[in-house]
Design a protein around this ligand. Structure first.
Ligand code: UDP
Ligand code: MN
Length: 596
């Protein structure tokens, strides 16, 4: 009996354990399935969820892609420009400095002395160094359009891509020679690549087509899953590819941009421009950048959404690129294509991110060395095409600032408009409200008026007003007797603009204080619209002009006729100023105007 009870107990215990294990296994299996399905939503090349059911969970495996051996060897390199250090030519090497500068807009003579495979500094966020990426990444075709690019900067682009890309991912590099006239651009280049850099080849365009059609020509020949476009004077940094590719592997409608570092045009020093920002534009279509969102700052190594790409450097799946019709072929030479593609990506169902762990250096030229190829205002025409097709009612804000765009013939737009219809792309208003939602705060489509205008009269010495008088050729700012009393001449009509700066009305010189000391002089300086030294807030109740930075108040010494800032003091009469016309509604909304 005792034995029986024991074995019965054993039996029950065993059964319980078996059931428990089965349930556990089942649950684990189920949760793996969930992970898979979440991941599969946008598997490589947009596989539909039905297809995805069969994909093994191994597809989620992540690995460390760093080429440790190369990193170790690079770290040991010494020499001119190595590790991205600023470099200089010796006096004997300056022979063709001027000549090469003129045709390139950067120090090409120096480039010739720096190794093609120089080491660049690893300036990625430290978290990038331990990050793993999907083991299964799509294949890559790199496309580099060039027009009269200098020999060594072009080759350094190719060499850096080959050296810093996993060979199994990098399938080809397609250079597109946009009818260059430099003698080495044809046969010598073909021969050099065939002998030394076999993954690369050149397409020679028969006539100057501009960078947009050159990129298209390259894209048409490309055979990989992902197209990566680069400028012809760039250097890929450590482990640049995996962070660009993973977001595309997860969702083929994601376009990914690397961080663009600065290769200084004079010294070839390699440095960051900053730690990331979201791309944008102002209403003259100058490329601008907006700060990262609080959410983005929490994950400094994760890709963040960006409304507009800088233009020259990005990765996009070949499938999505062609679904979007590539670029508008009607865009000529240079300019506006970054807006066209960014608008299309967002409005037509895709998204764009910047990947902080992918960095590529780019030579920002000192000046553009290329003459206009006899095509008139091609930039204006490109902008007009983009605005007409994609920007709906917002196009008017561009035309308001550049009325002559309305006179430019944009050419035939039927195909572009049909594409927008066919892809059922969203209105521009959607883009502005959901993607570039903070752009209008910094760059308002309709500029708000001024917070206040007119004379700025001191209350401690009421005969004195702020005056931007001329001393010889120089315009300076101080105080003088108010001209509305004396009827003398003076420059006393000021605007407290929506930029939150103070300028003589209609001028672009601003009241500026850079000195942190007591009684720091107020000077006139070209307006930069960046607040800081030029920020002034009018406190209607206290009648103070409070200066930004370390919070001081506009003050004056009537005896010495000096205008300066001092620590704000409730008892000071000379810190009180009456601004002639104040827009109280606007002032009460101070914090919501011109921020971002
Ligand atoms: N480019 C081109 N054809 C042109 C103009 C430019 O192929 O008509 C190439 C150029 O060589 C470079 C890229 O397009 O690789 C971008 O041009 P650029 O670097 O002059 O523009 P930026 O970077 O100065 O805006
Ligand atoms: Mn460039």
């Amino acid at each position: 009996m005792k034995r029986n009870t024991k074995s019965l107990l054993k039996f029950f215990l065993l059964s319980a354990v078996t059931v428990l294990i089965t349930v556990l296994i089942f649950r684990i299996f189920k949760s793996v399935n969930y992970v898979e399905q979440a991941h599969l939503v946008g598997l490589i090349h947009g596989a539909q969820p039905e297809e995805s059911q069969h994909v093994n969970h191994i597809d989620n495996e992540k690995i460390d892609w760093h080429d440790l051996e190369r990193i170790r060897r690079d770290a040991l390199r010494k020499g001119l420009g190595e590790q991205g250090a600023p470099a200089y030519l010796s006096p004997t090497e300056m022979k063709n400095y001027d000549e090469l500068y003129k045709v390139n807009g950067f120090n090409a003579a120096l480039s010739d002395k720096i190794a093609l495979d120089r080491a660049v500094p690893d300036i990625r966020h430290r978290g990038c160094k331990t990050k793993k990426y999907l083991k299964n990444l799509p294949s890559v075709s790199v496309i580099v359009p060039f027009h009269n690019e200098h020999w060594t900067t072009l080759l350094r682009t190719v060499v850096s891509v080959i050296n810093r890309s996993p060979p199994q991912i990098l399938k080809e590099i397609i250079l597109v020679d946009d009818a260059s006239t430099k003698p080495f651009s044809r046969k010598p280049l073909d021969d050099y690549l065939a002998a030394n850099l076999t993954k690369s080849r050149v397409i020679h365009l028969p006539e100057r087509s501009g960078l947009i059609r050159a990129r298209l020509a390259g894209a048409r020949e490309a055979t990989s899953d992902v197209l990566i476009f680069l400028d012809s004077h760039t250097e890929a940094n450590i482990n640049w590819l995996p962070p660009l590719l993973e977001p595309i592997a997860q969702d083929y409608k994601t376009c990914v941009c690397p961080f663009i570092d600065v290769i200084q045009f004079e010294t070839f020093q390699y440095r960051s421009q900053d730690e990331g920002a979201r791309g944008a534009f102002d209403w003259e279509f100058f490329y601008k950048r907006l700060p990262l969102l609080a959410e983005d700052l929490k994950h400094p190594t994760e890709p963040f959404k960006s409304p507009i790409m800088a233009g020259g450097l990005f990765a996009i799946s070949r499938k999505f690129f062609w679904e979007l019709g590539g670029y508008d072929e009607g865009l000529d030479i240079w300019g506006g294509e970054q807006y066209e593609l960014s608008f299309k990506i967002w409005q037509c169902g895709g998204q764009m991110v910047d990947a902080p762990c992918s960095r590529v250096g780019h030579i920002y030229r000192k000046f553009s060395p290329f003459p206009n190829p006899g095509k008139g205002d091609f930039v204006g025409r490109n902008y007009r095409r983009v605005a007409e097709v994609w920007m709906d009612e917002y196009a008017q804000y561009l035309y308001k600032r550049r009325p002559h765009y309305k006179q430019i013939d944009p050419g035939d737009l039927t195909e572009q408009k049909a594409l927008r219809e066919r892809l059922k792309c969203k209105p521009f208003k959607w883009f502005m409200e959901h993607i570039a939602f903070d752009l209008p705060l910094k760059y308002p489509p309709i500029e708000p008026g001024d917070f206040g205008t007119g004379e700025i009269r001191n209350l401690g010495a009421p005969e004195f007003c702020v005056d931007a008088m001329f001393k010889g050729k120089d315009q300076v700012v101080g105080i003088a007797e108010c001209v509305s009393d004396t009827k003398k001449v003076g420059e006393q009509n000021f605007s407290l603009t929506w930029h939150k700066d103070i300028r003589p009305k209609g001028k672009s010189m601003c009241l500026d204080v850079s000195d942190p000391n007591d009684k720091a002089d107020v000077v006139l300086f070209p307006c930069h619209g960046m607040k800081g030294n030029q920020y002034w807030k009018y406190d209607v109740e206290k009648q103070w002009f409070v200066h930004g930075g370390n919070m001081r108040c506009l003050d004056c010494d009537p005896g010495q006729k000096r205008l300066y800032v001092r620590a704000c003091d409730m008892d000071s009469k000379t810190q009180k100023w009456r601004l002639e016309n104040v827009n109280l509604t606007m002032i009460s909304n101070w914090d919501n105007i011109g921020v971002a």
